[in-house]
Design a binder for this molecule. Sequence first.
Ligand code: CMP
Length: 223
Amino acid sequence: MDHELLSSVPIFAELDRADIDGLAKLAARRRYPKDGVVFFENEEGSSFFMIVEGRIKVTILGDDGREIILSVLSSGDFFGEMALLDNEPRSATAIAVEDSELLVLNRSDFESAVADNSRVMQALIRTLTARLRKANHQISTLALLDVYGRVARVILEMAREDGRRLRDGSIAFRRATHQEIANRIGTTRETVTRMLKDLQRQGLIHVEGREIVLQPDFERVFD
Ligand code: CMP
């Protein structure tokens, strides 16, 4: 295993030459073809992986059996640390999305690399923190999307309940206050205002006097 390869992996980049050489002797190089599975979610894990070349997608199965991609990692990134750190099964499946080359460390070599080098530990924590930040961001976006869908649906309901259909297929209905809409779906007035502005920007609704008009596209998108 050559020295250059390991020093190109960011978590090991700051190690001194002797440490890298030591690790290089322990790491194995493994190739995965496109679509090759590195491991499956829920398997027991005993190795840590670094990507030398290629891309690896990290996925989980949703309740409805659909694949959810958590991340696509590329050269210089690592994965497979979680099962080693908490002794739980693999939290996700790892699959090569193109021909890839990985470096593999077994559990005890990974543990000593982390325990013996505070820089490796720091780099590991930094990366995990960045992943948590990204995941938090995704959670907030998803929560927002959910509210967005609920705002749209409640508007459609109101329009159908007491609106009138215009000749071009759009529906005009009495403008409810943002607070009223917010109360119907358990969110804040500010959120409703933001969503309505966005719907206007997309041309899906517009305000005419005391009425809101839903464009025909609105029903196609949100029904
Ligand atoms: P492990 O649980 O051992 O196996 C799956 C790996 O996918 C996990 O370790 C992490 O390395 C990686 N992983 C899990 N969740 C994420 C995420 N949200 N972003 C990036 N990588 C992840």
